[in-house]
Design a protein around this ligand. Sequence first.
Ligand code: NAD
Length: 480
Amino acid sequence: MEHDRLFMGGGWAVPHSTARIPVTSPRSEQPIGSAPEADAEDVDTAVSAARAAFDAPEGWAHWEPARRAEALNGFADALEARSSRIARQVTAQNGMPVTISESVEGRAPAFLLRHAAELSTRAPLERVQERADGTGSTLIRQEPVGVVGAIAPWNFPQSLAAFKYAFALAAGCTVVLKPSPETVLDSVLLADAAMEAGLPAGVMNIVFGGTEAGSALVAHRDVDKIGFTGSTAVGRVIAESCARLLRPVTLELGGKSAAVLLDDVDVEAVVHSPAFSAMTMFSSGQTCWASTRILAPRSRYEESVEALASMMDGLVVGDPFDPRTQIGPMVSEKHRTRVESYIRKGVEEGARLVTGGGRPRHMDTGWYVEPTLFADVDNGSAIAQEEIFGPVLCVIPYEDDAGAVRLADDSSYGLSGSVWTGDTDRGIALARRVRTGVFSVNGKRTDLGAPFGGEKNSGLGRELGAEGLASYRRLQSIYV
Ligand code: NAD
């Protein structure tokens, strides 16, 4: 797909920039399309359109929530009509196994639009309460925060964009979305859906671009809030800009989560369950919340290592368009090089390479890495502390539940984690003690209706749910 416009002010506009973003298939290593690369001037045009739409006296921000909800349901219908094409475009660009792109990338955005729309109509936006000193009343109001800059990564480009725009739009904000350069082509379909749904001009804008466009958006004087998902390093740069501007920001960053196998589990059955491989290896390990540090009880350590090795060996590595495939390629050659450098580092650090470590022999093109398992890993080593973002797991022994909690928390990240046990209450008790934003008991995956986000180097603030919606509103108290 060769695309030559940016989506701004309600239609496809000719960009100021003449630079282009080439997109390459991680499966065939061949070019599959390109899109314009916005510069700061293009970002300014998009933000101006969003500002004008937000400031319009009878515009989107002033519509009744129910009227906006109707428009967002129409947007969801238009996305659903394109669901399969969107999913396949995501797979073509980032190599996500098609069963995942169809179930997540093709479906979550429409679900989130409907859900955020419904949430936004639930509670009144104004309330009157008695003053604390009893001398009168105060009117407390909620308003949309304004123009939102939304910046998304390549690993779940559609759903992580929707984590932001669905809630921002439902709150009455207008949006400028900047997708990641690796995955720009699926956003063409997103823009088409917004147009077909008849969203007012400037309410939703999409600029394709990289660092220049991203930093211009973060620093633009007319942007009122930034929603970002991506790496911790870039998140820190964005946080610094937002701090100087005193601009609210939500940051969803990296992770290095633990999967705790409690000593009461049937290790063989748990490790071979689809829920366990999904929790640890979802989308070829290129998933922020994946549990990639496996904490196994010392008493059942060797049994756990063996079961994990046979699970990893059994994963189907192949063409991401083949519905049997569980592990696709890494998104780019550069990213594969990074994953492989961690595998080398693991060996150098003295961890035991149990299986994998190379490139799959049956895939001679495509940026593949074999599912790789390290045992006897020191939790302080690089492969246990740093985000690898590929099909690489570490196994670390622990002595008792308290020791497992200590190891789970001995990380600069705090996004997610999982516990596997025959006793749900024991699992919940352990989850309560770990400092992460989300946690799964026996493989339950992300609840799109609950707040999602991380602690420590994994981020700031929460997306999704009523709390996510509230982050796109500002409060005013009028003392009467
Ligand atoms: P990245 O940080 O390289 O890029 C993310 C986005 O930021 C891209 O759109 C990029 O163009 C843009 N960007 C880069 N530099 C910028 C700058 N200076 N100013 C503004 N924007 C800039 O991340 P990535 O490689 O696309 O994604 C992978 C990372 O995302 C992993 O670390 C992963 O853990 C994280 N992630 C986190 C979550 C979460 O919810 N916590 C979810 C998915 C991915």
